[in-house]
Write a protein that binds this ligand. Structure first.
Ligand code: SF4
Ligand code: SF4
Length: 168
């Protein structure tokens, strides 16, 4: 599985980073500490990224204590990740909504909105961006064709409805 976005965190990371102190090297080290993982597709694009990958890969693995600490840190955000689009874009590799609804984009805006509300942050930019979409959550026909393509088994039509209620 692709754990990263090139040599960086997946797009959802900026949304959750205010909750946790975990960064890219931590994540890579975490993956490499797992004895059941023999290789990680880190996807370096530039030599600097490759160097960072190598630095982590050649460095120490986490001790059991460090592993527990990082798991505790990850738990801070785990509860908020239910029904959240990971913005992995894997659905888009083989599927496009026949009705032209850019559902990953809408779900991404909705993620940012949900986390911003939790942190009492301004959401006006997100509402503005939502208003600029050619098709929004309200245009979903609830045909369900996108459902088999989401790796996280999200109820996409339902989330689009919620997004439209919040941002529309
Ligand atoms: S349920 Fe909505 S988003 Fe999914 S394929 Fe159908 S119209 Fe597109
Ligand atoms: S809808 Fe599912 S597969 Fe598509 S980007 Fe979101 S989490 Fe990934």
């Amino acid at each position: 599985m692709k754990a990263f976005n090139g040599n960086g965190m997946i797009p959802i990371y900026p949304v959750i980073k205010d909750y946790i102190s975990i960064d890219y090297p931590d994540m890579l080290r975490f993956c490499l500490t797992n004895p059941y993982i023999s290789s990680v597709d880190a996807g370096a694009k530039y030599s600097k990224e490759f160097e960072l990958d190598m630095q982590v890969a050649c460095g120490k693995k986490y001790s059991d204590q460090e592993l527990n600490e990082i798991k505790k840190e990850a738990d801070k955000v785990a509860g908020h990740m239910k029904n959240i689009c990971r913005e992995c874009m894997h659905c888009q590799e083989k599927f496009t909504c026949p009705n032209g609804v850019d559902f990953p984009k809408i779900l991404s805006l909705y993620n940012h909105y949900t986390f911003s509300v939790r942190q009492n942050k301004d959401t006006s930019e997100l509402v503005k961006k939502y208003a600029q979409l050619k098709k929004n959550g309200g245009d979903c026909l609830e045909c369900g064709e996108c459902l088999p393509w989401c790796e996280y088994k999200l109820n996409i039509p339902e989330l689009l409805k919620q997004a439209h209620k919040a941002l529309g």
